[in-house]
Every structure is written in structure tokens, then in C-alpha cells.
Design a protein around this ligand. Structure first.
Ligand code: AGP
Length: 358
């Protein structure tokens, strides 16, 4: 806590670093804005939705996929995420009136996402935007609107906008649960803890320094994760690629053994996300890697059962899936940031990238 308070008075070295540290406050404000008495959610959605389609690009797509997994597994609502660029390519895409179409975009000006919205709008007005930008093209063209209120995000790598999107998506999940008569108390309790979870994760920065020093020696990296955390691995890979230019690929943990592991014959670091469901088989895979390849493996773990023997490990104080999602996301952001700084990259403006892809 002391470190976190100290940070409030420290001048940041870059916009990305500042935006990472703004996250607990942003989530606190979202709770104030959207969570009402009796766990009512102050977000307007249409009635009688049977399915949900989530359409977005880049980091926003990863929020979409995490939400789709959660809605399917915990709310028993059929949900599917789509890359906006691919959605627009499908001829005669099936758009129906039982589906809520959720478009997610920090800027609200991403061409692929707005193009997908134009296609959907011809057939239905069940369109909802989750965006950080009021009066953007996306915001103005949907019927239902949710603002992420993260403040202008200036660094090209999305950090605070992505966590705010994820949070709004969980609030929407809570809203749908309420309309379906599913008890929402424990989800709301978990969401209320997220600002504190992020604060305590930000205090792990020293440990991340050690990871980044090693990671910065590699040109390639693989991130492994299972189930609802796989899109989080994809987000980590995107963040590392775009800030440090290390060629990073995400794999579902078990799938990595099916040939992909051959990449370790080249110099390639391994980062593994370990959660409740995959402890044993992740450790087995890491053991196999240790015996057959000479590489550095890093673990980001939800809790410290059975992983104490491991060398490079960050154990997060996260006791459920939602806490792990947010805390592992923050670790990935800091890891990408620190590694890019060590490599002398311009973290706020990576070479050749622009904030809005038009
Ligand atoms: C994320 O770090 C990237 N800069 C990029 O993938 C971004 O998320 C994507 O272009 C989508 O942007 P949007 O959220 O503004 O639509």
C-alpha cells in the first residue's frame, strides 16, 4: 500500500507507465458509476437476448473473447467473439434479432470495427458499444452505449482501456445474470475487490524487473495458458510484441506439446500462466522443457500451491478466476513495459504503429 501511495507522487517516465498505474482508480470509478443498490447494474441492454456476439480488434478483441468464455461458462448464455476485420469479410453473415451485438473499441474509430457495425445495423438495432470515447463514430452509431471512462489513452499499447473494457463486460454479465434470475452476489463481491487486487499486483514490480532482464535477451517467446486465460496469453503476446518487438506467440498450454514446442530449438523464452485448473499439467510441461531444452521459463501463478520449487515465478494473491484475470493482465503489461524499456524502445510510440487503425 505504501509503495502504491508513493507512486501517486512520482513522476512517470512514460505515458504507458502512468496509464498502467491509473488502473485501480479507473475501476473504482466504474464501480461507483455502474453498480447500484441491491447489486443493480446501471447499464441499459435490450430485453430477451438469447445470444451475444462480441466484435472488436486487437486488445479489445481479447476483452471480447474473455467475456465470451465467461458468458458461456458461467451465465450459460451463448456468446461468440469475432475479429472485426474477419467479421466484415464473411459474405451474407447471419445477423439475427435474438442476438445482442457488442462492439468494443477504445477509440471508437477503428475502421474494421465500425465497418462490422455498419453490416449489423442493416438488420438489427440490438447494438451496444463499449468505448472509451464519447461521441466517437462507434458511440454515435449504436443504440446502447457503455463508456469505459478510463480517460484519454495516449500510449499506443492499450493498458487502462483494456482493463476498463473487461470490467464493463463483467458488469454486463452481472446484468444478464440478474435478468435471468441467476444469483449475482458473489460475482459483484469479486468485482468490488478488483481495485485492491490491481494495487497489490502493481507492488510486484521488483519481481517483474528480474523477469524482464532475462526476457530482453530473447528474440522469441511463447506464452502458455488454458481455458478462459488463453485470450489473456494472447493479450500478453500482443503487448510484448508491440512494445519490445520480441516475437511472442500464445498457445493453449497442452496444445504446445503438439509440435509447437519445436520452436524451443531456437532461442525462445517460455512464460506460463498457472491457474486452478492447469497446475499439474503445466508443471509437467515445464519439467519436460527443462529436461529437453535450454531456455528460461517464467511462471505467473494464481496461488503458490505446488509451485514453490520453481525458480522464476510470480505468485499473485488472486483467489478466484476474475482476480487472476486482472492481476495477470497487470503483470503482462508491466513485463512488456519493463522489457521494452530495457531494450531502449520508444514504449509510447512503437516504431511504425499508430493509435487508431483506420
Ligand atoms: C493494443 O495494444 C493495440 N494498440 C491495438 O491492438 C488496439 O487494441 C486495436 O487497434 C483496437 O483499437 P480500438 O480498441 O481503439 O478499437
Amino acid at each position: 500500500m505504501f509503495n502504491f501511495l508513493k507512486r501517486l507522487f512520482i513522476k512517470y517516465n512514460s505515458t504507458m507507465e502512468k496509464e498502467i498505474y491509473e488502473q485501480p482508480k479507473i475501476i473504482e470509478e466504474l464501480l461507483k458509476k455502474y453498480l447500484l443498490k441491491d447489486n443493480d447494474i446501471n447499464i441499459d441492454i435490450p430485453d430477451n437476448i438469447k445470444k451475444i456476439a462480441l466484435i472488436a480488434s486487437g486488445s479489445s478483441y481479447h476483452s471480447a473473447t474473455i467475456a465470451a468464455n465467461y458468458l458461456r461458462d458461467n451465465v450459460h448464455c451463448y456468446a461468440q467473439s469475432y475479429y472485426a476485420s474477419e467479421f466484415s469479410l464473411v459474405e451474407n453473415i447471419d445477423v439475427d434479432n435474438d442476438t445482442l451485438y457488442i462492439f468494443i473499441s477504445q477509440s471508437g474509430e477503428t475502421a474494421d470495427t465500425n465497418k462490422a457495425l455498419d453490416i449489423v445495423k442493416i438488420k438489427t438495432d440490438k447494438t451496444l458499444a463499449i468505448t472509451n470515447t464519447k461521441n466517437s463514430t462507434l458511440y454515435n452509431n449504436v443504440k446502447y452505449k457503455v463508456l469505459t471512462n478510463a480517460g484519454a489513452e495516449k500510449a499506443i499499447a492499450s493498458t487502462k482501456a483494456m482493463s476498463a473494457q473487461m470490467f464493463c463486460l463483467f458488469l454486463i454479465a452481472a446484468k444478464i445474470m440478474k435478468t435471468r434470475g441467476i444469483p449475482v452476489g458473489s460475482l459483484v463481491e469479486e468485482l468490488q475487490k478488483i481495485p485492491a487486487v490491481i494495487k497489490s499486483t502493481l507492488e510486484k514490480r521488483k519481481l517483474i524487473n528480474n523477469f524482464s532482464k532475462k526476457l530482453s535477451n530473447y528474440e522469441n517467446a511463447a506464452i502458455l495458458a488454458s481455458g478462459m486465460f488463453y485470450p489473456l496469453a494472447k493479450e500478453g503476446a500482443l503487448k510484448i510484441k508491440e512494445t519490445s518487438y520480441i516475437n511472442t506467440t500464445a498457445y493453449p498450454t497442452g496444445e504446445f506439446l503438439h509440435g509447437h514446442i519445436a520452436i524451443l530449438n531456437k532461442k525462445c523464452a517460455v512464460i506460463a500462466l498457472v491457474n486452478n485448473n492447469n497446475v499439474d499439467f503445466t508443471l509437467k510441461i515445464l519439467e519436460k522443457i527443462k529436461n529437453n531444452y535450454s531456455t528460461d521459463s517464467f511462471i505467473i501463478s494464481a496461488f503458490n500451491i505446488n509451485v514453490k520449487k520453481q525458480k522464476d515465478i510470480i505468485c499473485l494473491e488472486s483467489y478466484n478466476d476474475i482476480e487472476f484475470l486482472f492481476s495477470a493482465l497487470i503483470i503482462e503489461q508491466m513485463l512488456a513495459y519493463e522489457t521494452a524499456v530495457l531494450l531502449g524502445r520508444n514504449v509510447d510510440k512503437p516504431s511504425g504503429l499508430s493509435k487508431i487503425v483506420k
